[in-house]
Design a protein around this ligand. Structure first.
Ligand code: PDD
Length: 283
């Protein structure tokens, strides 16, 4: 029986009851986080908590329990016997349940919080071979910096990628490549590493931040600058990053082969350094 966290309690998952008036259900009025458990530690939990608090602040959801995320996430792993396995924990917080109205409910309405953990089997193969991804106009809103559960443009776009046998959908806004449906994207042009700067058009990925640090420590030239779609032909390497895919090379983008069609040297260096760091943390 799977045990989940719900409003401060641990319950069998199928006994959890969420009101049909929950604003998460009615308005997608909520935020989420996904953290990765590497059999002994959560990867950069502090940054996830900082981003969680920022998302809550931006939506003006007053949830006082953000700092207890590591504690209840750990409890979830124990209760589900996942401590010694690679796992993920998902947390969602909504503005709570109240009669439907576009204005916020009164302050006594408490946010709804829900979290669960699951065993995660990473796809090692894709990190070796790389993936093919599609390109599509960015149909999302202008606050992609908030990790909101309103993900319909992301899910529709990712589904389109899946139906075309592709592994991610990368968005283009006003001719500039922003990010993927659930990942950030990096490019190597003339030996320089490019990624979209932090802005309201991308999520500030925790993996993105750590990859920039690793690249800097490795002496790689970095430019946090968006790449224009019409410069794809100059891209020698590309890779996506997120909590689950870590560093995954991209070998084809919108029908264009990237470089030699295999993961390039900068991508491999960064991927290997990221993996070595994880191994070192494991001790
Ligand atoms: N998604 N950009 C978007 C739009 C994302 O949804 C994600 C993560 C990222 C990468 O962020 P991070 O490195 O912190 O995982 C970038 C998660 C994994 C998801 O929705 O499941």
């Amino acid at each position: 029986m799977e045990t989940a966290y719900f409003n401060g309690n641990f319950l069998p998952k199928d006994e959890i009851k969420i009101s049909p008036d929950d604003r998460g259900f009615l308005f997608a009025d909520g935020i989420y986080e996904v953290v990765r458990w590497y059999e002994g530690f959560f990867y950069d939990m502090n940054s996830h908590i900082t981003r969680l608090k920022r998302s809550l602040r931006e939506l003006r959801i007053n949830w006082p329990d953000a700092d207890s995320f590591p504690t209840f996430a750990n409890d979830l792993l124990k209760l589900n016997k996942l401590e010694n396995r690679p796992a993920m924990v998902y947390l969602q917080v909504t503005r709570g349940a109240a009669r439907r109205s576009h204005s916020f409910p009164p302050p006594e309405v408490r946010p709804t919080s829900y979290a669960y953990a699951w065993a995660f089997i990473p796809d090692i193969q894709l990190k070796e071979t790389g993936i093919k991804v599609m390109l599509k106009e960015d149909i999302r809103w202008s606050r992609c910096d908030i990790k909101s559960v309103a993900l319909l443009p992301n899910t529709l776009s990712f589904q389109e990628a899946c139906e075309n046998g592709l592994k991610e959908c990368i968005f283009v806004r006003n001719g500039l490549i922003t990010e993927g449906s659930h990942s950030n994207i990096f490019f190597v042009i003339d030996g320089t590493l490019f990624t979209h700067p932090e802005s309201n058009h991308v999520l500030s990925g925790i993996t993105r931040k750590n990859i920039l640090r690793i690249a800097q420590e490795s002496g790689i030239r970095i430019r946090e600058e968006a790449v224009q779609e019409n410069r794809i032909r100059f891209v020698r390497e590309a890779f996506i990053t997120n909590t689950s895919a870590e560093v995954t090379p991209v070998t084809e983008l919108g029908g264009n082969t990237i470089g030699e069609g295999v993961p390039g040297p900068v991508t491999r260096l960064i991927r290997d350094k990221f993996e070595s760091e994880i191994k070192a943390f494991k001790g």
